[in-house]
Write a protein of this length. Sequence first.
Length: 216
Amino acid sequence: MRISELSRRSGVPITTIKHYLREGLLPPGRPTSATQAEYGEPHVRRLRLIRALIGVRGLSIGATREVLKAVSENETDPHQVLGLVLGARPPVLAEEDTGEGTGEGSRERPAGAADTDALLAEMGWEVSEHAPAKSVVAETLETLRSLGVDYDWRSLIPYAALAERTATLDLDQLADTTDPLEQAERALLLTVLLEPALLALRRLAQEAESARRYGD
């Protein structure tokens, strides 16, 4: 397809496509003349993923380039691809994997990390050591503890069970495609864009349950 058709199919303006080509985010098309090239379906899928990474996840051009490079290196591994686009696995682990410099070997574990490890072990979840969500759980538990709230990792087990069911629903929605870039784009959109709605549903359910228990 010509670049005009690529723009129509992907929803990305031609000027933006040319910018992505210059920045190395999008591979060049097959030259058909000195000034024109042809593009294929992989370009459409790649553009949609770029748009999701920049417009939905809010990554910079540079960060998007790093993620796409890592995705290309792991394209046959859907688990790694999903981790990369969702931010569960950094595209570059550098010193952190070696335990040198400012890496794992010289940095203290965050307060609450042991609680998070215990919760993951209880649930039987295997997750990356670099998953940012682990720190969020640890810091939340530590904050509750500092405020005198009697709340530890065991209190999160029922919520973890609900999260596990939600994750099953999430991954089920990727089952009808085997293309890793399409899976990655869909997972990113469903995860980031649905999160506010899921939180809103929790608030609505709390109100309904409160009315059932205490309402007139």
